[in-house]
Ligand binder design. Sequence first.
Ligand SMILES: [Zn+2]
Length: 175
Amino acid sequence: MRGHHSEESKRKISESLKGRIAWNRGLRGKEYLKHLKRGKAWNKGLTKETDGRVAENVRKAGLAKRGKPSSFKGKKHTKEAIEKIRKAHMGAKSPNWRGGITPEYFKVHCSSEFRKKRKIILERDNYTCQRCGKPAKCVDIIIPWRVSKNISLNNLQTLCRHCNLSKIQDDKVYR
Ligand SMILES: [Zn+2]
C-alpha cells in the first residue's frame, strides 16, 4: 500500500480537525474587537486610570499576548494593597536594612571631616578589624556621635562590615 493514509482515514482526519479551528480564526477587524470586549480580554476589571497604560502596553506587546490567560486577570492593586506591599518591604525585611541607623549617622559619616579621617584611621589600623582581626574597610565611631559628638582620632576605629553592623546593635544601649 502506498502512503500512510487511505482516502477513508484522510476524510476522518479532516472531519476531526473541523472541530478544532483556532478560536479567533475568521474574526476580523470590528468582530475581533467585539469578541475581546465580550469578556475575553485579559485586562478586564482594570480601572479606567490604568486602562490607558494597559492599552499602551498591549499595543507594544502586539498580538502575542492576546487571548492568553493572565494571573492578573480581574485584579488590580488597591491603595491598601500597595501600602501593604510597601510596609512588607520596610524595616528589617528590607535588603537595605542596616540595623536601625539614623540619618544623623549618614550625616556624620558623609561629612568631609569624617572622610578625611577615615583614611588616616584605616592606615593606622592597617585595614584590620579591631574586633575580629579580619581585613576591614569600615570606620566606626567608638562612642556614637549622637552621644559623644566626637570624631577625634581616638574615638574612631576600623571595623569589618559584620562587626560594624553588630556594633550598631550594641550601640542602642546609648539611646
Ligand atoms: Zn570584624
